[in-house]
Each structure stands twice: as structure tokens, then as C-alpha cells.
Design a protein around this ligand. Sequence first.
Ligand code: ATP
Ligand code: MG
Length: 644
Amino acid sequence: RGQELSLEKLSQALCLCSDVDEQLKQLVSLFQFSENERKLRELLVTLLQEVFFEFFPGCEVLPFGSSVNSFEVHGCDLDLFLDLEHTKTFQASARKPQEEKSEDKAAMDTLSEDKAALDTLSEDSILSDVDLESASASEILELIAAVLRQCVPGVHGVQALTSARLPVVKFQHKESLLQGDISINNRLAFCNTRLLQLYAEVDDRVRPLVYTLRYWAKQKELAGNPFGGGPLLNNYALTLLVLFFLQTRSPPVLPAVAQLKELADEGEKAIIDGWDCSFPKDSSKMEPSCNLENLRSLLAEFFHVFTDYDFASTVISLREGQAFPLKDILASETSSMLKLGALNIQDPFELSHNVAGNVNEKIALRFQSRCRDAAKYCRSLQYQRKSSKGKTWGLVRLFQRGDNTEISITEEGPAAGDGLVIYLPSPLLVLTEEQRRKLCGTEGVQQLCFQKVCTALRFVLQDVLKCSVSQDEDNENMANAEQAVLREEVPCVGAKRILAEEDSSVPDSKRPRLEAVSTREEKVSWHCTICHKVWLGRRKMRRELQRNAAPSLLQDVDSLQVEAEVTEAIRQQEHGSGPAQPLLMFRVCIVSAGAASQDCRTSLCFTPFQDPVALFQDFFHFLQVFLPKTVMKHIKKHGLNSSV
Ligand code: ATP
Ligand code: MG
């Protein structure tokens, strides 16, 4: 990315514009590819397509991501999807006995190109040693890396990252220094790239806004980490947030993805990995928006809207073009698989995927704080009008690092250190709107919620997942705090009283309620040992148990009880009745949101301290989805006001 424009050069160019709208458009011109850059990428894709076709007949090299989604910047990486579906079919067919092959031949003959490809599958083909259908992703990526190293001229630094969250082969094109990533199981990303392209075509305000907000977020250290790593927003998640903002203007600038689906023809309907990805290819089918807001005010509104946005308690859905409260999401089968976090943006197609699942609370708070600063600046004349005295104005000041109104974020929370963090939703979500309103802000509500979360969490870890849990002896204070929690010594008088009075007819105004609300941070730490890989094969085991159960038993079965049975069955399968050895030991530190937040959320920080066979990451990924759901189910079942 050596060709980045300096802020100084950018500022000079922007200050020459005549108004803020022109500055936003100018930003696109300054960052987008030149004709030559686009040509170079196309040539590289063609070269790779030709080489790979030799080795993987029928394959397709499909660019996705910023090179083609309309939001490119000079020097951005080249994301490629190597589609091997046809190659697999050819290989399977070439390996079939001769007589079966002739039956398939009629179908194959329809595509002469395919026939030619089939012919190349000779004895010495690379595919004679590898069966693509049964080979692992790592094996295929290693093969791709070998082809790149040995057969593509002008490429170096080839590296197969097979254990990354999205396994890829990385390479660099020597002459242009262009960085490339090749992945193989990424059809959904190819599809969401086309969706972004379509939105950019539908309304010409989309590109200037996305470019501006991407650059602003990068300057403010809110976005920019590469796919998968770190707690910052990635460019894809940030772009979706901007699109969501445009879907929710009144009237909307952009339609929801569900509305796009209605416009898709038969040929445009697509299901990928089980997700409905139907939308029209052509933007001309879509009515222009009746929203007439200009770029200057849309940008200011973006900052204004997200300044006080309740990110943690909502899920942003581009599919529906609205944000849903967490409790609605937890009730829905697919969406309840979402890994909830400090910022929840549901992928428009893969509805169980939170594209901002990596963002931690610190960054989410920083995002809001930077939005607040920006919204304030956008109300000033310096933003709105070109300076007649040659001073910086408009976007330029917005992009400066370390603004005047910088608010420092001191809440390090449990994310500091090496642990991995899961945020649990507020237990208040199990209440009705009315109950919640009454309870919020009462004395002791946080302690009550914390205590309920600890009880539920202990139940899930100990009784459902059969993990042994004990107090962490390293921390006297924490241990005492836990004792207090377990014996219900923590004062939570106000909250309990309100709950007890819930159905009484005492008018609101007469109820005793304390003005000063305790926001003391609650914290305990547990030491846990797990002896079985209870996270592996749960779905299959659950299906088997349900298949074998008598229909009468299936009614009213408590899902937590089912989960406990699944664990037991896995234990039996792994060890029979023999003694089990500890597999993994970890510490979990449970911290209430404390003074930082009034919504009673809790964060769990997991740190492994004995992990001889490197299982912690896997276990943690499982817990990310499993814990929020099951803990909430336990709280819902036992209610917030019942005794522990
Ligand atoms: P840039 O490379 O300039 O940061 P990009 O859009 O190419 O922008 P990448 O991180 O390279 O971003 O990701 C490439 C593509 O992979 C994205 O455009 C998107 O299609 C897909 N993608 C990236 N991150 C996610 C995610 N968190 N969830 C789902 N798909 C993602
Ligand atoms: Mg990219």
C-alpha cells in the first residue's frame, strides 16, 4: 500500500473544492483506481486464470472485495476466489468407470469448453494425485501455493495460511507490489461483493459517503485491520453500517436486502451454503430514491445517529433494513446463532454471522465518542462553509487526528491482557418493556443481574457442559465477592423490591426509589477444568438423541436439559465409564459492565493456563455462540425475581 495519499496532499486538494458535497466526491476521485491500475489487475486475473485452468480444468478465478466492489483505494489488496466446483465435477467424471461415463456424456457434450477441459485431465495432471472432493482445504491451498510458486511468472512471497480464520494463499506481484489473497470456500463473499456493487450503482451518494467514512474511521483508529484480526472494524463491516444508515433514512436512500430479493428474476435467484442470496444483477430495475438529502447533511446525520446508538442491545439487520432488539433475535432460530458482541451487524446473507463480532467494547465506545466529536464539528460553520481566509474547512478538519474534543476511553475492562472476551446480554432483556423501564436505574439492579448471570453461568459450565468450576484462589477479593454472590449477600434491595411490587397496585410515584444508583463494578474469577471435548459433534449427537427419544418425551423438554444430555452422551462416547484426564484448564473472569454502562451487561474474559493440546481457541469459539444463548435461557426459565 505504498501508494497512499498523504493527509497533507489530500487536505490541499479538498480545500480547493467549493463546498462539502464537492469534497466528498473529490475524495472518491482521489482514491479510486486509475484506468491503468484497473487494467493491471485485470491482466493479473487473466494470467492466473490461464495458469490455474491448466492445473484445475474448469476452474474460475473470480475477484471479489475492494478491487471490484466499487470502494477500491490505490494499492488495496486483490481478493480472489478460486472456484473449483466444475473441476470437482470433471474430476469425479474422469475417475468413473468407462460405461458410467458414457451415460453422463450427453450432459457433458453440451459444453464444448468443458469437453476440452476434460481432455486436459491426463495421467500426469496434478489432479491425478489429489481428490478434490475428499481433500482438506489445507491440502488444496498448499497445491495452489505450489502452482503459484512454480508456474506463475512475476509472483513471489507465496504463503499458504491454512490455519487463519479464512484460510488463504497470500502472494505478491513483484513489479506492482500488489498483494493478493486466494481463497477457495468463499462464494458468499463473492456474492456480498456484488451486493455492495449494486448498492453503489443504485444511488450515487453511496460511494462518496462510504469513502469518506472509511477514511475518517481509519484516521480515528476505528477501522482498518485486515480480515479477521484485531478488535477494529473491518472495511466490510463499516461499509454495511453506512448502507444500513442509508436504508433507515426517511424516506430511505437504499432498499432493504429483502426488498431486493423481490425484484430478482428466476435466473437471479440463488441459495449459497443454505442462505438466500437472491437479488437483481441490474440496478436499472430499481426505482430511484425519493430522498433528496445532500451529502453534507447525510454525513452529519450519520455521526448524529450513531452518537447515542444502543449498539450492544440491538442487532443491525441489512436484510430487513432495521435494527432489532436482542431479545427478538434470541427468539429466532437462525439469528440466535449470532455471536453477540459490543457491535452487532448481521451479514445481509449469512444471517448467523455478526460481521462486527471481533469489535470489543472499547472500540465500540471509541466509535461513539468519535461520532459525538464529529457530529459536534458538523454543526459548526467551519464544516459547512469554505473558509474565505484560506483556513482548513469541511472534511479536512474531520480527518485530523487527535481532535480538540478527544474523549479518552479509560475503561480497559477485561479485554486488557491476553484473555478472550465474550459479552453476555443484559438479563433485563427477559423482562417486558414495562418491567424493564421500572427496574432500570434502581438501586441494586446491577448486583441482582450480576448475581443471576453468575448463577446461570455456573449452571451452564458445571451442569450443562460438565466442566468443574471452583473459585480462583489467586484472588482473595474476587473469591470473597463470589462468596457474597453465592450467598446473596450483595445488596440488591431496591431492585428486588420493585420486582416484588411488580403486580401491586401502588402507583409509580409513591414507590420508594433511591435517587443515587449504585454502579459499582462487580467482579469474580473462577478456575475451570474440562475433561471432554464437549464442543465437538454436538449437533449430530443432539439429532441422534432426539431421534431415539419417544415422541411423548420430546414435548416440553427443557432445551438446557437436552444440552446436558448431549454433553453426557459425548462423555460416554469419548471415555465410556473410565476416568477422564483434564484436557484444558482456564480461568474465567466475570465482570459487570459497572459504571461504564447502565444496561447490566456482563463480560467474561477467558484465559487458558493449561492447554497442552491447543484446544482453547476451538472451545472459546464454541462458547461464543453457546454461552449467550444458554445463559439467557436459564435466566428466562428461573426469572429475574426468583431466589437463586
Ligand atoms: P480492503 O481490502 O480495502 O480493506 P475489502 O472490502 O476488500 O477492503 P477485505 O478485508 O479484503 O476487505 O475482505 C474482502 C471481502 O471479504 C469483503 O469485501 C467481503 O466480501 C468479505 N469479508 C470481509 N470481511 C468479512 C466479514 N467480517 N464477514 C463476511 N465477509 C467478509
Ligand atoms: Mg480486500
